[in-house]
Design a protein around this ligand. Structure first.
Ligand code: HEC
Length: 315
């Protein structure tokens, strides 16, 4: 009897536990900031190469002619995810009982020094895929500042290739996200050899990479933050630059990321007024890894004023 009581108390304490990875940044009062709901969906094996191939995707030629992904797919995320999570041609290794989509509320703010992102989502009843043995849930954001033309048009898909780990043309070997420009040639199966190191370093130095921030979550434990870049591979910054904290209550995760607006560290994008940024979100839920996640279509962000999905203001 007393054991049951104790575990209930422990569960209650856990559900309202605040777990911070690093102190310092004073987050804004999120209750006063308006958010936006977006829907992430399960992409299965629809790689960059697949979406560019007419035989695999009827939107391919229109995309090549200039129509962006969102122009055809926005507000269809739930339906797409529902198809992709269970369609044997696109998902040969379905996870039984997995939902095809995930809703997320996103808020942004900035002060003189830092940009803050607040994401809230309910993973719901997720089957345990046992791929990531440590982290139950991982949430990430990718950012581009206009340097990567294909990211402006397709968001995260610019980094998702057919020969990555556990994709159609990949295997178990570790091949992480990359940009097509880092490869000597690209085929339907993805990119082959990486261009010479000197060329890659030149690209990186001129800002040709996507930046990512990720919070890796375990109920009741400190957030594990990872951030870095995607160019020839996913490469973590040495020591996280981004700060994150997370709370879990009633099955809803609320995660706040923050970092300096400008000069945050080597190979980070500066957030400045007047520029349009492309962002994308992902959530790995139910101990998943690799492609077995939910992703958003490309979204836009500006600082202070302008036309974008997210106008980031000083509260
Ligand atoms: C001209 C409209 C159009 C554009 C632009 C377009 N698509 Fe599609 N897409 C479609 C249609 C129609 C389908 C369903 C038929 C099919 O699978 O070929 C589809 C299917 C898909 C699917 C499979 C799930 C589903 O809903 O059937 C994914 C994933 C997808 N598209 C992703 C993308 C991405 C990523 C981009 C941008 C790189 C993109 N699409 C651009 C029209 C478009």
């Amino acid at each position: 009897m007393s054991v049951v009581k104790l575990s209930l108390v422990a569960a209650a304490a856990l559900s309202s536990l605040v777990v911070a990875s690093a102190a310092g940044a004073a987050a804004p009062d999120w209750s006063k900031i308006e958010g936006k709901d977006i829907t992430l969906f399960y992409p299965a094996q629809m790689s960059w190469e697949a979406v560019l191939t007419q035989g695999d995707h009827s939107g391919a030629s229109k995309f090549r002619e200039g129509k962006d992904c969102r122009a055809c797919h926005e507000n269809e995320e739930r339906a797409s995810g529902g198809v992709l999570v269970a369609e044997p041609d696109l998902e040969p290794e379905p996870i039984k009982g997995k939902s095809g989509f995930l809703d997320m509320n996103v808020k942004f703010a900035h002060d003189a020094e830092r940009v803050y992102v607040h994401v809230a989502f309910k993973p719901g009843k997720q089957p345990d895929a046992a791929m990531d043995k440590i982290f139950e849930t991982k949430v990430a954001m990718m950012i581009d500042d206009g340097k990567i033309a294909e990211a402006t048009r397709a968001g995260c898909w610019a980094t998702c290739h057919d020969n990555m780990t556990r994709m159609r043309s990949g295997g178990e070997k570790e091949v992480t996200k990359y940009l097509a420009r880092s490869r000597v040639t690209m085929t339907r199966q993805g990119g082959d050899a990486v261009k010479p190191a000197a060329e890659i370093e030149k690209m990186r130095a001129s800002g040709e990479y996507m930046e990512y921030w990720q919070a890796r979550l375990r109920p009741g434990q400190a957030v594990d933050v990872a951030d870095g870049t995607v160019l020839e591979k996913r490469a973590e910054h040495t020591g996280p630059i981004v700060e994150a904290e997370a709370t879990q209550a009633d099955d809803t995760w609320a995660v706040t990321f923050s970092r300096k607006l400008t000069g945050a560290g080597d190979f980070t994008k500066d957030f400045v007024p007047g520029k349009t940024y492309t962002i994308g979100f992902s959530v790995h839920a139910g101990h998943t890894a690799h492609r077995f996640h939910y992703v958003s279509l490309e979204k836009t962000l500006v600082l202070d004023a302008g036309k974008a999905d997210f106008v980031v203001k000083q509260p």
